[in-house]
Design a protein around this ligand. Sequence first.
Ligand code: PMT
Length: 400
Amino acid sequence: MISLNNKRILLGVSGSIAAYKSAELVRRLKEANAEVRVVLTKGGAEFVTPLTFQALSGNPAHTNLLDTETEAAMGHIELARWADAILIAPASANFIARLAQGRADDLLSAICLATSSTVAIAPAMNQQMWANAATQENLQQLKQRDILQFGPGDGNQACGETGPGRMLEASQLAAHVAEIFETGLLSEDTVLLIAGPTQEAIDPVRYLSNRSSGKMGYAIAQAAAEAGAKVILISGPTSLATPPRVERINVRSAQQMFDAVMQHVAHSDIFISAAAVADYRPVRIAGQKIKKTEDTLTLELQRNPDILAEVAALKNAPFTVGFAAETENLEQYAREKLARKGIDMIAANLVGEDIAFEADENTLLVLTAENKQPLARASKFILGRQLIDIIAKQKYNVSI
Ligand code: PMT
């Protein structure tokens, strides 16, 4: 069973009879848990109506570049940014030629030009059109620009001829889309990750905690699993689903998180500390619910173990990545933490109203002793993948 958990797939449909298979493709992508938006060229909409794709994808199907209503809601730039990957299926000979020329005279071609995400095509055309030197030259150009090509298959064609040019089946295409995210960069590694908040009990019903939702850490866990790593996620209390192929261990307090980390760290190659671990816990946990008899209440607190620093200090420490959540002086404070905790890398984030804690988006400044790499504001899933790429490159000595 393929997984496209939390992936945003933009499906482009250009003018070819194979467009009828694209309706099935939307279903396959959705079954794999992708969010799907469909953009049709004028030719594509001649074969299957936008309404069909709207019903199957659960999102409005897009067709026009210069439609004021569409541009105001989600225009070509937003769609280009929204997509984690773009698949054009079917990609007709005409659309391939326009893509090779870098045209932006309709919505789908403009999106392809405006995106920084992976673009893939699933060619579909008559076998003579496929064999034509013009088509083959166009395909060469697209390959040089890192545009992926899925298929075509060989066999009977709608025009009655036989040969190469058949669009691959929906299930094959969905599997290829999933492979885009399977980088294999960490296939040799075990990644131990802590995420979410901790809860420090005051009495049987109250605790000290923080605003961490776990989203950042879970997104990194998912990206690490997609990069082929064995992933152990030690999680504070969250409402999030465990990403596919990730082993999750639930804890509540910082001390429990520390104990679980120490139990697993010896077999880990990489340790990532995205959790918001409470620095202090109450010295005493009341056995019964504390009654409000006084006007003021004083809690005595004691330091929790610094999990990240303790891992970094181990004799055979894994490659250790910390986070820094700051409200000011981001780089300076993060650099101080990098040095003080003796870790290999730190991902710093500025805490704001709609960013970092609880939010779906974040920005990161990734620092090592020698380097810095800012990661622009994006969904935590995109940032998780970017961070895993950087960790893999750094660990395997490819300069960042
Ligand atoms: O969970 P989300 O809602 O998605 O929000 C994400 C996040 C903002 C929580 C995340 O991106 C983040 O910044 N996590 C670290 C938060 C934090 O506690 O930062 P800090 O600067 O206080 O701690 C520095 C580092 O030491 C962190 O890696 C932390 O995990 C670690 N630490 C801190 C205290 C402690 N006792 N043990 C630790 O290991």
